[in-house]
Design a protein. Structure first.
Length: 273
């Protein structure tokens, strides 16, 4: 099995316009060639978690049909990318016309507002259903923050140049994958959640086969692997960021999203369902 369970492509009447919009926004970004800095990547962080929040709403059937097909996996991430891309393009043109002071601020603020609305709607849905339970999701977030801080302090001490060059982008990569790892471990070992991604299933099953399973569960191995891989990627990207910062930070932003999106998805889904 290559794709996770639930992987589905929407009907062609939705897929075709979505792909046309994606090509359009990519073409506009190609023409404008915007700079990509730490601030740009951080501005995109709310959009990364917006996509996962919309997918949670899809999973709890809180999005009305027929547009709900745009919010299944993996279509929701294309939908969110198109929306974020057009906001980015609009911000570029408005900044060029001197109608706003920066590109990143409106990009980040608009994404944050949309995320707050979507997350608030999701929490309200859980309240209506009487299924809200935020204790273990909150523990996941706290542990992820602590783990990220420890990992980054270690990186600054033993590979200070890597930490300085990759900056907040590298930090976001580590935090995103720490959150994904910890929330998955908590969900799997404590909340009885299943794991849909085949590669993750292999690691969790390997954790179950270790003699530490009865004491620590299976998820700790997944956390270690996720954080170690994130740190390794950040280290490997040091020279790339220095030589080609725009392309490197775009790739690192994508890598961060691959961790941060699923991590927030886990936290929100466990909270409301």
């Amino acid at each position: 099995m290559v794709f996770p369970e639930g992987f589905a492509v929407p009907p062609v009447e939705f897929l075709l316009p979505l792909l046309v919009a994606l090509v359009g926004v990519l073409a506009l970004l190609w023409v404008n060639s915007p700079a990509v800095t730490d601030r740009t990547v951080i501005a995109f962080a709310p959009w990364m978690v917006l996509g996962s929040t919309l997918h949670v709403l899809y999973q709890v059937q809180a999005i009305p049909g027929p547009i709900d097909v745009l919010f299944g996996a993996p279509t929701v991430y294309v939908t969110t990318a198109v929306l974020a891309g057009f906001v980015w393009v609009a911000s570029i043109y408005l900044h060029g016309a001197e109608l706003q002071q920066s590109v990143e601020t409106p990009l980040g603020v608009s994404g944050a507002l949309l995320f707050l609305v979507a997350a608030g709607y999701a929490i309200n849905t859980g309240l209506d259903a009487g299924t809200i339970d935020a204790f273990w999701p909150a523990v996941s977030v706290v542990l992820s923050v602590v783990l990220t801080a420890l990992a980054w302090v270690g990186l600054e001490r033993w590979a200070s140049e890597t930490a300085a060059v990759t900056g907040l982008t590298g930090l976001l990569v580590v935090f995103g994958h720490a959150l994904d790892g910890v929330s998955t471990a908590v969900g799997y070992d404590i909340l009885g959640a299943s794991e849909e991604v085949p590669a993750s299933q292999l690691i969790l099953h390997a954790g179950e086969a270790l003699p530490t399973y009865d004491l620590l569960g299976a998820g700790w191995l997944f956390v270690v692997v996720k954080v170690a891989l994130a740190m390794a990627v950040v280290g490997l990207f040091k020279e790339y960021v220095r030589d080609a910062p725009r392309q490197a930070r775009l790739l690192l932003a994508f890598i961060a999203a691959v961790g941060l999106g699923p991590g927030v998805h886990n936290v929100l889904l466990f909270t409301i369902a």
